[in-house]
Design a protein around this ligand. Sequence first.
Ligand code: ZN
Length: 422
Amino acid sequence: MKIAQMPESVNVNGTEYRWPRRPVVVVCIDGGDPAYLRHYLAKGAIPNIARFMQRGFAALADGTMPSFTCPNNMSIITGTPASKHGISGNFYLDTATGRPVVMTGPELLRGDTILSRFAAAGAKVVSITAKDKLRRQLGKNLDLSGGNVSFSSEYADRCTMAENGIENVLEFVGATQPDMYSEALSLFVLDAGIKLLEQSQRDLMYLSLTDYVQHKHAPGEDDARRFYDALDERFGRLEALGAVVALIADHGMSDKADAEGQPNVIWLQDVLDARFGKGDAIVICPITDAFVAHHGALGGFVRVWCRGKATAGEIIDAIHGIPGIEAALDRETACARYELPADREGDVAVIAAANTCIGASATDHDLSGLAGHRLRTHGGLSEATVPFIISQPLNDAFRLRASTSRLKSYEIFDFALNGVAV
Ligand SMILES: [Zn+2]
């Protein structure tokens, strides 16, 4: 119930968001490629998602490029493209020091999160993420003293009131600490969200999952089907608790192995070292994070920084024509085409085709974590199309907008708050 002194709307980074009349829950299905939904809908499974799509709204949207987790979560939570929020990967090269810099600190995120602005206006907000690497940016400037909550299931067992706005989370959810590499890490996020919604009034929730299952399993595999059944059941419970449920993904997922099951990899650092001399150009893989067992730090997008004599144009010429490369773009073109922040872009952005991924040097990547699985990963254009689903029908204005323009995934809060018919 809206209290009299609450504002009608809240402005965040230039977009006016209507105050929610009932709880709004946005779920980011990490690695939630549209292929999973197509597969299960065709089989008559996932009945709650099917109902949202039929009675509410469903479309395909463009995610943020590169199609990685951090840039897309930041786009969704700020409602802006990467050119505004500044997070264009997990790493960029600091050209002053020549060192890769991790981009997960809140100080690197430009602008405000939708959650923090609503919290400042008096809303009760919740942010739960599977991996802790997203937590501090999602929780940027979020006041956790007044009943707001921000934590990761990765560190559910060490939450404190001061840091997370909640404690004793395992007891609260009634579960044990989920393993870092498990579907339970995602399901815990949803179970905690459901408990919080049951417990007291919440205005706005962002629940961000992890793509462990999608990296490992194609839509036709039983483990993926079980995971989606479990997600669907929880989405139904969120709706039954009175929430508007909005489903989005940060990126899709493509199989990038050959007929023998070996990864199709272009070792770009090795290619450039052979052509221009060792270290003349530096390849940075912005998918890299501390937990890479399920993808070996291989993705569909890398950046190249010129550090010696080779120019961007010469590097692009050297890359063009390599089978499995979709595009090699200079900084200006990449930033204009994909709304990227120029100060964190490489001299050359390189995008792989759907069935290929790009690494740095063969010796820098540990693929033992794949353990016989086909490599499934993301980062390129092939994985930048995501589902955009809302459990409720849209009002006329937003129906028109959706029918006349290609949606961006960062519009999901806009649609869930402003676009739902009341
Ligand atoms: Zn992801």
